[in-house]
Ligand binder design. Structure first.
Ligand code: NAD
Ligand code: WQD
Length: 364
C-alpha cells in the first residue's frame, strides 16, 4: 500500500490503532473518523484472533462498516503485534505519529488456563510494539489498561493513587499491571515518551447507529453481552453470580461505561499529546463514578428492551469482588473528559445492536 502524500509531498500523519477491529478499538476508530477536524490517517493492525472478516473481504467487518458510515478510508494490516518485521513495514509505509494500543487477549478465566499465551500476546507483543515504536522515533502512546490493576479495592471510589498489583487473581490482570510497570520504566529511561494508560472500568453499549457493537466469541463472560443474548433468545437465562455481597441488593456492583464515552476518552488522550511540556507516564481512570448492581442493570435492560429476562441466583464467581467504582476526577482535570451517557443509553444502544445483529457480525 502506498503512503498518502499531501500537497507539500510529506506523508499525512497517522495514528496506529492496534486491535482496532475489536470492540473498544472499532468504536475508537469510529470516534476518530467521525470528528470533522480529524486530519490524520487511521492505520489498524489486528491479527483477527477476536474479530471477524468475511471470506474474500479485505477488511474486518466493523472497519468496512465504519468506512461506509464515515466515507473515510482505514488502512488495515492483518498482522500480529509480535511480528516485529510486519510492524516495521507499517512504520515504513505510514507517518505514524502516535499509537493507541488495544491489541490483547482479554478473557480472564481463559488466562488462568493459558498463562503463557496471555503473557506472550499481552506482554511480549506489547514489548515488540514498543521496540518498533522506539526504532522509528514514535513515543506517543495510549494504552488500554484496566481497573483490574487495582485488585481488591482498599477504598471506593478508586482513584489513580490507589495501590496497584496486589491481590491480582489472573494472568490477564497481571499482564495489564506488568505492562503499566514496563511503560513507567520506559518513561523513566527517556523523557521523550508520553504515555497515557487508560484504566477502563466496565465498557458496555454500542454505537448509537446500531451498526457496530460487541461481538463476543462463544458464550459471553461479561454481564451486559450475556443479558442481551438472553433478551434476544440466544441464551436461556442469566445466572446471577452471588446475591450475598455487602451491596445495595446483594449482587455485584460495577461502574459501567458506555463504549462511545470510552472511545471519546481516547480521542481526548491523543489531543493531550499536543500540549506543550506533556511527557511521562499518566494513568487515568475511564469510568462514570456511579456503580450499578447486577439486578439494577438487569432491570434497566428489561426496560430498554421491553423484554422479561429470565434469571436465577447462583453462588459467587471465583475471583469476583463485591463492588468497583471509579473516581473519574483526574480524567476530567487532565483530559477534559467525563462520561456523558447513562445506564439507559448503555442498555438502549446495546439492545439496538443486539436485536439487529442477533448473531453479531456473522449474520444468520
Ligand atoms: P477485543 O478482543 O474485542 O479487541 C482486541 C483486538 O485485538 C481483537 O480484534 C483481536 O483480534 C486483536 N488482537 C489480539 N491479540 C492480538 C495480537 N497479538 N496481534 C494483533 N491483534 C491482536 O477486546 P476489547 O474489549 O476491545 O479490549 C481492547 C483492550 O481493552 C484490551 O487490551 C483489553 O485488555 C482492554 N480492556 C478491555 C475491557 C473490556 O471489558 N472490554 C476492560 C478493560 C480493559
Ligand atoms: C460484572 C458483574 C459478575 C456475568 C471483567 C474483567 C475485568 C474487566 C472487565 C478487562 C459481576 C456479574 C457476570 C454473568 C453475573 N475486563 N455477572 N452473571 O467481572 O467486573 O470484570 O470485565 O480488563 O478484568 O474481570 O465484569 O461483566 O464479568 O461482571 O452475575 O453471567 O456481573 O459477578 O458482579 P467484571 P463482568
Amino acid at each position: 500500500m502506498k503512503p498518502n502524500h499531501n500537497e507539500n509531498d510529506t506523508m499525512t500523519s497517522a495514528i496506529l490503532v492496534t486491535g482496532g477491529a475489536g470492540y473498544a478499538g472499532s468504536h475508537t476508530v469510529a470516534a476518530l473518523l467521525e470528528r470533522p477536524d480529524t486530519d490524520v490517517d487511521i492505520v489498524v493492525v489486528d491479527n483477527l484472533s477476536n474479530a471477524y472478516r468475511p471470506e474474500g473481504q479485505k477488511k474486518p467487518e466493523p472497519l468496512r462498516i465504519i468506512e461506509e458510515m464515515t466515507e473515510k478510508t482505514i488502512h488495515f494490516y492483518d498482522i500480529d503485534i509480535r511480528d516485529a518485521a510486519g510492524l516495521c513495514r507499517i512504520f515504513e509505509n505510514h507517518n505514524i505519529d502516535c499509537v493507541i494500543h488495544f491489541a490483547a487477549l482479554k478473557a480472564v478465566a481463559e488466562s488462568v488456563e493459558k498463562p503463557l499465551e496471555y503473557y506472550q500476546a499481552n506482554i511480549t507483543g506489547t514489548c515488540t510494539l514498543f521496540e518498533v515504536m522506539r526504532k522509528y522515533g514514535v513515543h506517543k502512546l495510549v494504552y488500554s489498561s484496566s481497573c483490574t490493576v487495582y485488585g481488591e479495592p482498599e477504598r471506593l471510589p478508586l482513584d489513580e493513587g490507589h495501590p496497584t498489583g496486589a491481590g491480582l487473581t489472573s494472568p490477564y490482570g497481571r499482564s495489564k499491571y506488568f505492562c503499566e510497570e514496563i511503560m513507567k520504566d520506559l518513561c523513566r529511561s527517556d523523557p521523550k515518551w508520553m504515555v497515557i494508560s487508560l484504566r477502563y472500568f466496565n465498557p458496555v453499549g454500542a454505537h448509537p447507529s446500531g451498526k457496530i457493537g460487541e461481538d463476543p466469541n462463544g458464550i459471553p463472560n461479561n454481564l451486559m453481552p450475556y443479558i442481551s443474548q438472553v433478551a434476544v433468545g440466544r441464551l436461556k437465562e442469566l445466572v446471577v453470580f452471588g446475591a450475598d455481597y455487602p451491596t445495595v441488593d446483594g449482587t455485584g456492583v460495577r461502574d459501567y461505561i458506555h463504549v462511545v464515552d470510552l472511545a471519546e476518552g481516547h480521542v481526548k488522550a491523543v489531543k493531550l499529546f499536543k500540549q506543550k511540556g506533556f511527557s511521562g507516564f499518566h494513568a487515568v481512570n475511564l469510568g462514570t463514578g456511579t456503580g450499578y448492581s447486577v439486578l439494577q442493570l438487569l432491570s434497566a435492560f428489561e426496560k430498554a428492551s421491553g423484554r422479561k429476562i429470565p434469571h436465577r441466583v447462583a453462588g459467587r464467581r471465583a475471583g469476583d469482588i463485591a463492588a468497583n467504582v471509579a473516581d473519574p476526577a483526574l480524567a476530567q482535570r487532565l483530559l477534559g473528559w467525563r462520561a456523558a451517557r447513562g445506564l439507559a443509553d448503555m442498555c438502549a444502544d446495546t439492545w439496538r445492536w443486539q436485536r439487529t445483529h442477533p448473531n453479531g457480525y456473522r449474520g444468520e
